[in-house]
Write a protein that binds this ligand. Structure first.
Ligand code: GLN
Ligand code: ZN
Length: 745
């Protein structure tokens, strides 16, 4: 059995397939059109393809168990027996229990889904309570290891490490269960060793965030304990997404054989490593190729960094900085990209080649490295945009005083107390999606598409009038996605054909690429909004996606600070706001659902982020007159940590997801003295359930107790695009009726 780690590796690889084969197979299984055997055979084919590709690329340390039907954290939960009683009770076959945890069934809601650190991947939150009995269930990693071996490929199974697993879990103090869980991991390690596994990878990314000294001690304790397991594979602890800080020497205190460091997102890891003393007998796995963005690596710079590590450790291997799960599969299929851009990109397959090249260069020197990329093309620069940004002053991010704005807006809008509105989108029906597919396929021409969308806008306006809503929306039927839509209309952005990335389960997204200076060649939303406004006397809200969210859901250029790119996007949106205003739109909503999710993991970095994020939003919205009402919308998160930033956005009205947290957010806003309009969601649109009249009234009464009625808005939690018309009509009717009842009392 070989004990050397190898020269080059990746921490994980996309599992969805080059054409989203996994999505299609899993959804077919859910729909009952294929059986478990057919699903399993597609999955085995995808795994074999990945392993063979990695081997053919001459990667010499290949991971396994990076495949998943839904989520790798859920897989680890299954591997340690952490299946909550509420799912065990259903007595379903194993695969259906797994999907029940992922997606819920009628009787049981799914595990909570949440962001995987600062990425757009979402994992299922393990539920751990004192009754959870951890039991080793290494069937999946062992089977996949054996499967690869049958192909002649030796692999390294990957699991989420025990400390990170518990830190990500929910329940009354999951971390208190560490010792129990370590017993189970110890048994899994032995089972792996018995199956012939030489190396195992345990991922501990939770330690690149701020951790207490007790949590760091627990990490040291965990790997000391696992290191002492008599019969085990060699242990590789992988960390990624940032700097390990004090966890780095703690891990080196333990008997682990290899430690992986992200040297892209965590350059400080290098210094810390140098300060940690001798590394005799250890392998350092240097994450030199960015696994979280799509740019080609500056190979010479990476070799120089790698050489610094080589001077410190006995053995150094090169890897991706994190799993390649976060980038699309293969650049070579993108035939429609500008060649200058194409030449600068690397997706998962290309990143594997880079890792292999770097591994070789570290050993044999840089003579065989390809030529460095020439300087950025001049055409990607927009001097007009740069000049406009340079000419900005602080005043461009300031609006008039709020009291004055509020009075001017009320004089113009004449809204009742507790005005009712929605968040923007109305149901994206099968018909709308078919029209968009027809447009792409060429079976529907642009005029036909436009006509179809206008008919939908009219339908949505009529419906809202009939329901009696106060501030209307056009329904966003023309938008495929709230970021992609703008990416397709802004200069400096490119779209891919097949650049899919898993967001959660079978859901994949195709993030745009921001490669150059951002400019707005023409208005992007004005025709739709003004058409909608022409149909009604009620105010129609213009609807834009904010700069922070556009960045968060795109691949962003790495050659300038995020703040500079955010300001360029903001400037384009500022022009759009002004054009909307000039077209007679009196209310403009700029959505920032991603404000919280890109918050840096370490507190020390958060203030700087919030400053540029807030600054960009204010630049986007600060150019309108006092009597134009600016709304923003936030969702998907707990907002406690960014509450002062929400206030600093200075929007006239903030709508915010609140129905699941029972309006807690209102207390948080009151505590910091937030004094502008607020619309806490009173209907949880993530469920098809129509709320009872009494429920909405109660939610509103709770809100009225916390916020004066003249500042309170009545709206759902989020956009309605995933819902059907039947429940949307019924629920909005309840919402309007509840507002009327509470207004009257
Ligand atoms: N305006 C968007 C919509 O309603 C907002 C979506 C979101 O918050 N994610 O769809
Ligand atoms: Zn939302």
């Amino acid at each position: 059995m070989s004990t050397a780690f190898g020269q080059s590796t990746v921490l994980g690889y996309p599992r969805i397939g080059a054409n989203r084969e996994l999505k299609k197979a899993v959804e077919a299984y859910w729909a009952g059109t294929i059986d478990e055997a057919a699903l399993a055979s597609t999955a085995a084919g995808l795994r074999a393809e990945v392993w063979q590709q990695l081997r053919n690329a001459r990667l010499d340390a290949i991971p396994s168990n990076t495949f998943s039907y839904y989520d790798h954290v859920l897989d680890t939960a299954v591997a340690v027996g952490a299946i909550p009683a509420r799912f065990r009770r259903l007595e379903l076959p194993a695969l259906d229990t797994y999907f029940a945890m992922a997606r819920g069934v009628d009787a049981e809601p799914a595990l909570e889904l949440t962001k995987w650190f600062a990425t757009n991947y979402h994992y299922l939150v393990p539920e751990i309570d004192p009754e959870t009995i951890f039991t080793p269930n290494p069937a999946k990693p062992i089977a996949e290891y054996a499967e690869a071996r049958a192909l002649g490929i030796e692999t390294r199974p990957v699991l989420v490490g025990p400390a990170t697993f518990l830190l990500l879990a929910k329940g009354p103090d999951p971390f208190a269960r560490l010792d129990d869980l370590l017993d189970t991991y110890a048994q899994i390690l032995t089972a792996l060793a018995e199956a012939g596994v030489a190396w195992v990878q345990l991922d501990e990314p939770a330690y690149v965030a701020d951790r207490t000294p007790a949590e760091i001690d627990a990490l040291r304790h965990a790997y000391t304990r696992l290191g002492e397991v008599e019969h085990r594979p060699r242990i590789f602890v992988a960390t990624y997404f940032g700097e390990l800080g004090d966890a780095l020497p703690a891990l080196l205190d333990t008997p682990i054989e290899a430690l992986g460091l992200d040297l892209v997102a965590g350059p400080g890891n290098l210094e810390r490593l140098a300060a940690s003393g001798p590394l005799a007998g250890r392998t350092i796995v240097a994450g030199l190729v960015d696994g979280h963005n799509i740019w080609r690596t500056d190979l010479r710079r990476a070799v120089a960094t790698g050489a610094t590590v080589t001077a410190l450790a006995d053995h150094v291997a090169v890897s991706s900085s994190c799993s390649l799960l976060h980038v699309p599969v293969d650049l070579s299929v993108e035939t429609r990209l500008d060649p200058e851009l194409f030449a600068r990109l690397a997706f998962a397959r290309q990143k594997v080649d880079e890792v292999v090249l770097l591994g070789k260069a570290l050993r044999d020197g840089t003579a065989h490295l390809p030529a460095p990329l020439p300087a950025t093309p001049a055409a990607w620069r927009d001097d007009a945009v740069r000049a406009n940004l340079a000419a900005l002053t602080a005043a461009d991010r300031e609006r008039g005083e709020y009291a004055q704005r509020a009075a001017a807006q009320q004089a113009r809008l004449k809204l009742p107390a507790l005005p009712t509105t929605t968040i923007g989108s109305f149901p994206q029906t099968a018909e709308l999606r078919a029209a968009r597919a027809g447009l792409r396929a060429g079976t529907l021409d642009a005029a036909g598409y436009e006509q179809r969308m206008r008919a939908e806008v009219e339908h949505v306006i009529r419906l809202q009038e009939q329901l009696g809503l106060d501030v209307l929306v056009h329904g966003e039927p023309e938008r495929n996605d709230m970021v992609q839509y703008f990416g397709e209309r802004l200069a400096g952005f490119a779209a891919t054909d097949l650049g899919w990335v898993q967001s959660y389960g079978s859901r994949c997204v195709r993030p745009p690429i921001i490669f150059g200076d951002v400019a707005r060649p023409a208005p992007m939303t004005v025709a739709w909004s003004s058409y909608a406004q022409s149909l009604t006397a009620k105010p129609v809200k213009g609807m834009l996606t904010g700069p922070v969210t556009i960045l968060a859901w795109s691949f962003v250029r790495a050659d300038q600070p995020l703040a500079a790119t955010a300001d360029q996007v903001a400037l384009a949106l500022r022009d759009e706001c002004r054009d909307l205003e000039a077209a007679g739109i009196r209310v403009i909503q700029v959505d920032e659902p991603a404000l919280r999710e890109t918050l840096p993991l370490r507190r020390a970095d958060q203030q700087a982020y919030l400053e540029w994020a807030v600054g960009a939003f204010r630049l986007a919205t600060g150019g309108v007159a006092d009597d134009t009402q600016v709304h923003t919308h936030l969702c998907y998160s707990e907002f406690g940590e960014v509450i002062t930033a929400i206030d600093a956005l200075d929007a006239d009205v903030t709508s915010i997801e609140a129905s699941r947290s029972k309006m807690e957010i209102l207390g948080d806003l009151a505590a910091i003295g937030y004094g502008r309009g607020v619309g806490p969601g009173v209907w949880d649109i993530h469920s098809p359930r129509v709320p009872a009249h009494r429920e909405v009234v109660e939610a509103l009464r709770r809100a009225v107790a916390a916020v004066p009625a003249r500042r309170l808005w009545v709206n759902p939690d989020c956009g309605l695009k995933t819902r059907g018309y039947a429940e949307v009509e019924a629920s909005l009717r309840r919402l309007v009726a509840a507002a009327a009842e509470v207004r009257g009392s």
